[in-house]
Every structure is written in structure tokens, then in C-alpha cells.
Design a binder for this molecule. Structure first.
Ligand code: GDP
Length: 429
């Protein structure tokens, strides 16, 4: 296992951080290649409980080098806060264990403001943004109107670049939204307090990764969110603004020639979704409250209650295909232990016709779930460590997913702790 990506198969929050934390023991380098501080991985290990947003989950392992690639939305303010937060719990972050691509673009102070202003303008048609500035950031990146982190090394040229951007961006802030303009003085403070402290971490991560590869190092690529939030393949426009798919890892990490040898797709044993957009399997009322409580389904970044529902095999099969998963890690199976019978969405009904195809986004709004019910196992499975420890009904549930998705399930997680895991070697991992 040399070049492995760990990605989300569903809407995000599948437990990727927990899987990366577990698997980093077998890797030398962990790379975040897309997204920014808009989502969070929760990791529970011997050092404590952490909510990571930008830092790769390998930060807890001694000897692992963590990388933020050129594909990430580099938010200096959030990143420094996160470095301080983990530092307060005894996890030291330094250029020894964190490298940042000098080609990563900087999320500038106005991106967060613009995100909030646009959600306010959209009112009841809002996308459900976390208001971390991600959509304005990526739009500006693709318009070539932001700044590369490496420009911090050239203060004079950087200031002249920022002045040009400022003039342009103030047109939007003041004329479109009627907001206050940003000033060069504010930008100077931001540079001094947040951006310049990142200078020691900057490097050519492509060169670093190529050398690591040449020395036989094992590389792990960590994604944020899930396949259904991918800008090109997800539930557009309720996607994120970057590519959450494994295929983007080589580009977003800085090593376009990379070939992934493994793609571990993380699937939660039931469905959750944060924010707006079609969510075919959504439960409401008491059943939803019970599942949300059982799984502690509240956003790691925002604390928002997550929308919940039964496992959606239509969306999961699609997500696994988009990700090109070579194996699946099924998480939070223990959460379903309270259910007498477990509902699973096996097909959709769209305009009166049943289908097992994941529909085009417009049709998704009209899709209804076709449910089947499986027998529950009615006992605590959080102590299970081997496949044989699982009750027959839990094995049947896992086998159903394996058959429906057509991918081996090599990891079954039964608790948030690092060792609450059943390892299977079905796919040879
Ligand atoms: P990520 O963004 O994909 O890493 O997911 P989150 O961190 O947002 O959500 C996963 C949550 O579930 C975290 O609070 C984890 O500690 C927790 N978790 C992960 N795996 C399991 C599991 O198998 N069982 C239980 N009960 N909790 C889990």
C-alpha cells in the first residue's frame, strides 16, 4: 500500500478523519489536497479529542510529514488557530511535521465576508454555506484573482498584487453588496498577523513528494467532504466548490504524475447530510431525533444538527463509482444497535418509476426512497474486534452493502476510538 487516498463516498462526515488517524501508522506522508476550513474531521486518540479543519490527520503521529497541497483553500487565520488549538493539547506543529505548498492560493479576508453577504442575499434560497469563504475563494482562484502562498516571499511584488486585487474586490463589496470596502491597512495587519507566520512552512510540495516517492515512502491522501459534494459529480449546486474525489489527489497534492494504488472509500452505516440540497432518504420527527442523538450527528465546524436518514444504497453505489474505491471502510455500525429493524434505501422512485441509477440533480429533487427493512441485532457491538464477533444480523447488513456496492468492505468501525475497528482483508489491504 504505497499511494492511498481516503475519501468520502457520501455527503461528508463519514468518519474519514478517524480512518486516516488509524491508518497513518502505515504511512510516512499525509496530504490534504482540496477544500479548506469549511468541514471538520473529528479524531479521538490517546492525545484527546480533536476537531481538525485544515490540518491533515497525520499530525498526531510522530515521524509523519503532513502536507497541504496546492489544491487546498489556505486560510491562514483558521490554520494558525488550529495549530494553536492542537498545540494547547500537546501536539506540536512545526515545519518538521507540516509543509505547505507555495502554490496553494491564500483565502483572503474578504472571502469570508463575501460568503456571508451572498448567503444573506440568497435568504431562503441559500446554499447552506459554512461561511468560511470557500465558494468566493475558489471562484477567485479560477478567475486568477487571488494570491499564491509563495508570493509572501516577495513582499514588494505581493503588495502591488494585493493593491490591484483590492481595487477590483472593493467594487463587488461596495457596489454589489453595499458593504464597507477593505483597506490596504487592514491587509497589512492580516499579512503581519496571519499570513507571514506561515512562511517557514512553505515549500515546493511537488518536489518533496517526488523525492519521498523515489525513496519508497508511503503516501496517504486525505480528502474532505464526500463524493456527493464534489463540484463536478455531486448534487450541484449544493456541492462544495472543489473536487472531493480521489482522482483530484494527484493535482491537488502537487504531484500530477502520481498513480493511486488504493482508494479507501469511507461509508457511514446510515446517511447524514449537513446543509441544504436534496437528501432523498431524509427522516423527520422522532425517528430522526433518535438517530441523530445515537450518532451524535452535529457538525464539527458549525455545531449544526445534521440531517439524518437510512443508508442510501443508490447514492452509495454512485459515490463509490465516482471515487473509484478499491475498498470500503464502513463506519458507525455500532450506532444502529438500538434499532429493532433497520431501514435501507435500495432504489429510488422517480416520476412513478423505480430506478437504481443515481439521477441527474434536477430529478433528484423529485426522487423518493424505496425502503427494505432488515432485522436489527439488538445488542452492543462496540466491543467487536473480529468479523466473527459480530452478530449474524450485523454481518447480513454489511454483506448487503458489499453486494449492492460491489466493493470489498475491509474495515468496519464500531466506535470512535482508534482501536474500535474490525479489519478484514477481503480486498488484500
Ligand atoms: P469526517 O469529516 O469524515 O472525518 O467525519 P466527522 O469527524 O465529521 O464525523 C465522524 C464522527 O463520528 C466523529 O465524531 C467520530 O469520532 C465519530 N466516529 C467515527 N467512527 C465512528 C464509529 O465507528 N462509531 C461511532 N460511534 N462514532 C464514530
Amino acid at each position: 500500500m504505497k499511494n492511498c487516498a481516503i475519501v468520502g463516498v457520501n455527503w461528508g462526515d463519514e468518519g474519514k478523519g478517524r480512518m486516516v488517524d488509524l491508518l497513518t501508522a502505515g504511512f510516512d506522508v499525509v496530504v490534504r489536497y482540496q477544500g479548506g476550513g469549511n468541514a471538520g474531521h473529528t479524531v479521538v486518540n490517546e492525545k484527546g479529542r480533536f476537531a481538525l479543519h485544515l490540518l491533515p490527520s497525520g499530525i498526531f503521529r510522530d515521524g509523519v510529514v503532513n502536507i497541504l497541497g496546492p489544491g487546498v483553500a489556505l486560510d491562514p487565520e483558521n490554520l494558525l488557530q488550529e495549530i494553536r488549538d492542537v498545540g494547547a493539547k500537546g501536539v506540536a506543529v512545526s515545519p518538521e511535521n507540516l509543509r505547505i505548498s507555495d502554490r496553494a492560493s491564500l483565502l483572503l479576508p474578504w472571502h469570508r465576508d463575501l460568503d456571508a453577504l451572498e448567503e444573506q442575499r440568497l435568504a431562503d434560497k441559500k446554499y447552506g454555506s459554512t461561511k468560511q469563504g470557500i465558494a468566493p475563494f475558489y471562484s477567485d482562484k479560477y478567475q486568477k484573482k487571488t494570491v499564491l502562498a509563495g508570493e509572501l516571499r516577495y513582499p514588494e511584488e505581493l503588495r502591488s498584487h494585493l493593491r490591484e486585487l483590492l481595487e477590483w474586490k472593493n467594487l463587488t463589496l461596495t457596489r454589489v453588496y453595499g458593504a464597507a470596502p477593505c483597506t490596504m491597512e487592514q491587509l497589512e495587519c492580516w499579512l503581519r498577523d496571519y499570513a507571514e507566520p506561515l512562511l517557514p512552512y512553505l515549500c515546493d510540495t511537488g518536489e518533496f513528494l517526488a523525492e519521498a516517492q523515489a525513496r519508497g515512502k508511503r503516501l496517504l491522501f486525505e480528502a474532505q467532504l464526500g463524493a456527493l459534494r464534489d463540484l463536478d459529480y455531486g448534487i450541484y449546486p449544493y456541492t462544495t466548490s472543489s473536487n472531493t474525489t480521489a482522482a483530484y489527489a494527484p493535482i491537488g497534492a502537487g504531484l500530477p504524475s502520481l498513480r493511486l494504488t488504493e482508494v479507501i472509500g469511507v461509508v457511514k452505516a446510515y446517511s447524514t447530510c449537513v446543509g441544504e440540497g436534496p437528501f432523498v432518504c431524509e427522516l423527520s420527527g422522532e425517528a430522526a431525533d433518535r438517530l441523530r442523538e445515537a450518532g451524535a450527528e452535529y457538525g464539527a465546524k458549525t455545531g449544526r444538527p445534521r440531517r439524518v436518514g437510512p443508508l442510501d444504497l443508490v447514492a452509495t453505489r454512485y459515490g463509490a463509482r465516482v471515487q473509484g474505491t478499491t475498498s470500503i471502510a464502513l463506519t458507525k455500525l455500532d450506532v444502529l444497535s438500538y434499532l429493532e429493524q433497520i431501514p435501507v434505501c435500495v432504489r429510488y422512485r422517480v416520476d412513478g418509476r423505480e430506478t437504481d441509477r443515481f439521477p441527474f440533480p434536477t430529478e433528484l429533487e423529485r426522487a423518493e426512497p424505496v425502503l427494505e427493512w432488515l432485522e436489527g441485532w439488538h445488542c452492543d457491538i462496540s466491543g467487536a474486534r473480529r468479523w466473527e464477533d459480530l452478530p449474524g444480523a450485523a454481518q447480513a447488513y454489511v454483506n448487503l452493502i458489499r453486494e449492492a456496492v460491489g466493493c470489498p468492505i475491509d474495515y468496519i468501525s464500531v466506535g470512535p476510538e482508534r482501536d474500535s475497528i474490525i479489519l478484514r482483508t477481503e480486498g488484500g489491504v
